[in-house]
Design a protein around this ligand. Structure first.
Ligand code: AHR
Length: 491
């Protein structure tokens, strides 16, 4: 019997709703086909945006969306994507598949998509092949209300009112595809660029510096030391890649039990790297003025056989759902420092929440985890103690349970738990300290580790009401089947 003890009096940080954010890039079929089909498409759309995708994202309360990349951000020139569509510049997307990018989805379209979904825009500016002037003018174009060359241009292009823009990042992966820079050089560039990102009227920017990859603690240290006082946040990118190298990442759907545990062990490494980056940040910023945004995370497997290798299209199984459940619990527990996370990516790329093919759309197991966890958005993290067994074998042994708990604004407690074992069910006793347990209900997502939803069978994996919860003497008891994710609500 495992134990979860939640303490309603042990109120910790607010779980920023932006931890449930997403990422969209001009990569493969993420934007074109995935989000945007154009107004003349026979696929139901509003102003070119797929209605099915918009509705699915509204349902999980997507709070924030990052765009236009990724590596693409550092070759994106925003002026190519405004004005009449027929005269927009056509370019080659050299990073992703060498396909023609016709720029029919640009700033206006991105803002329209965010409006329809009801999420906040997060813009990633171009440092790698852009200029200070270009990034500065983009902010002016989007947010200036008065008379100015860029604000006038925006009006000419049909948008009278400025948009609200908070989140802007200066470059992407500047240590890699964004320019192969050293941290000292990037820190200086960051200080320079951010100087010219202006707050117009009551629009207040939240300035984000491009942070480290994985466990590159040197990058974090240098950036905090040299530029910490000029930023609201820095980013962290960490992908879960089960294979030993980038040529052999492993199949998304055909894998062994050992591959499953390797994947979860690697996903669990997120906890260690956040802890260590946060310790470095604590040294320079004990008051927690600078947040950590994990603005790229998720599984990265070999592309689906027969698809363009540059498009990064992969299927999504219960294994992905377990990675999502584990990672989101980690972010919740680190919400004193982690203020945003953006899974990569929204649609048809890497660990997508939705997949599309023509007019069909599938909700992935990962989507359902975001659905199960959405009650944590802006809730208060509660202290939780877990007594559990282990899953996996040898060096791939991991804790069997992953848990986080929060209290929402109505005083309702939500506990999300994943049984990471691929084979063993887990009986659980749940205690609530400092409050009444009340009515206990649950929702569950479960299936074999390689179960997935496809266009012909879209509901193989879906959320179900949880049966068999008993409450006695103020304790709830239930069993988590192998490879399952649950949300337990104590109302
Ligand atoms: O998400 C795919 C790519 O991964 C992004 O473009 C880049 O930032 C990262 O390396």
């Amino acid at each position: 019997m495992s134990k979860i003890i939640v303490n309603k009096q042990d109120k910790k940080s607010t779980i920023n709703k932006n931890i449930y954010g997403n990422f969209s890039e001009h990569l493969g079929r993420c934007i074109y086909n995935g989000i945007y089909v154009g107004e003349d498409s026979s696929i139901p759309n509003v102003n070119g945006m797929r209605t099915d995708v918009v509705e699915a994202l509204r349902h999980i309360k997507l709070p924030v969306l990052r765009w236009p990349g990724g590596c693409f951000a550092d070759e994106y020139h925003w002026k190519d994507g405004i004005g009449p569509k027929e005269s927009r510049k056509r370019m080659v997307n050299t990073t992703w598949g060498g396909v023609v990018e016709d720029n029919s989805f640009g700033t206006h379209e991105f803002m329209e998509f965010c409006r329809q979904v009801g999420c906040e825009p997060y813009i990633n500016g171009n440092v790698g092949s852009g200029t200070v002037q270009e990034m500065s003018e983009w902010v002016e174009y989007m947010t200036f209300d008065g008379e100015s060359p860029m604000a006038n241009l925006r009006r000419e292009n049909g948008q009278d009112e400025p948009w609200k823009l908070k989140y802007i990042c200066v470059g992407n992966e500047s240590w890699g595809c964004g320019g192969n820079m050293r941290p000292e050089y990037y820190a200086d560039l960051y200080r320079h660029y951010q100087t010219f990102l202006r707050n117009y009227g009551d629009n207040k920017l939240y300035k984000i510096a491009g942070g480290p990859s994985n466990d590159d603690y040197q990058w974090t240290d240098t950036l905090m030391k040299m530029a910490g006082k000029y930023m609201d946040a820095l980013t962290l990118h960490y992908y879960t890649v089960p294979g030993n190298d980038w040529q052999h990442k492993g199949s998304a759907t055909e894998f062994t039990q050992e591959d499953y545990y390797i994947t979860l062990r690697k996903a669990n490494f997120m906890d260690e790297i956040i802890t260590k980056h946060a310790q470095i940040m604590d040294r320079y910023d004990p008051e927690h003025k600078v947040s950590l945004l994990v603005d790229e995370w998720g599984t990265w497997f070999d592309v689906e056989p027969g698809t363009n290798p540059g498009f990064l299209y992969q299927q999504n199984t219960m294994r992905d759902a377990m990675v999502a459940a584990l990672s989101l619990n980690i972010f919740n527990r680190h919400s004193d420092r982690v203020a945003m996370a953006n899974i990569a990516q929204l649609c048809n790329v890497l660990q997508a929440v939705v997949l599309t093919e023509g007019d069909k759309m599938v909700l992935t197991p990962t989507y359902h985890v975001f659905d199960l966890y959405k009650d944590h958005q802006d809730a208060t993290l509660l202290g939780a103690f877990v007594e559990e067994g282990q899953a996996g074998e040898g060096e791939n042994t991991i804790p069997m349970l992953s848990v986080s708990a929060s209290e929402d604004k109505d005083g309702v407690v939500h506990v999300t738990a994943a049984n990471l074992s691929a084979t063993q069910s887990c009986p659980v006793e749940l205690d609530l300290l400092g409050g009444q347990m009340g009515t206990v209900t649950g929702k569950i997502l479960t299936g074999s580790m390689d179960a997935y939803n496809d266009f012909d069978t879209p509901n193989t994996v879906s959320i179900q009401p949880m049966e068999g919860i008993t409450v006695e003497n103020g304790q709830a008891r239930f069993t988590l089947p192998a490879c399952s994710v649950v949300e337990i609500t104590l109302a």
